[in-house]
Design a protein around this ligand. Sequence first.
Ligand SMILES: [Zn+2]
Length: 159
Amino acid sequence: MNERGHVENAVLLSVGIAVILEGELAIPTVEALLAVGVPVTLGALFPDIDTSFGTHRKTFHNLATLGAFVAFPVFFGNLHYVWIGVATHYVLDMLGNIRGMALFYPYPEEYDIPVGVAVSSKWSDAVTLAVTAFELAVIAAVVHYDLHQPVLEAVAPYV
Ligand SMILES: [Zn+2]
């Protein structure tokens, strides 16, 4: 997907995540929207920096980059939610686009889930919306069923 698709995805995700965090069907506050929306959108834009620095779909489209953004708030106390933008960028690229990415970079092999359309496709926006809906459903399930608690408990002794 191109930057427009990633920003559409991030803004819609941010509104959805703010609603999920605020409570069921509540209108999110401006504070919640900004607190989630700005870092998620910045995170969603980060991976494609490798179009200018490095090799596109490799240098910043990998699990090590995502791991760095997951760990950053644990060690430095800021950049919370940025990893969600990075992760959802990867999901949109994997599910919405026909090109893969080098998940285990510097190992150069690109992996892809064989669905999605070309960036130039007339279906690109519809696919972006469908992937965004899928991502929100997963996030809502994680929050609603406390699926993140075992992960938090597992890492608690190390932070
Ligand atoms: Zn990308």
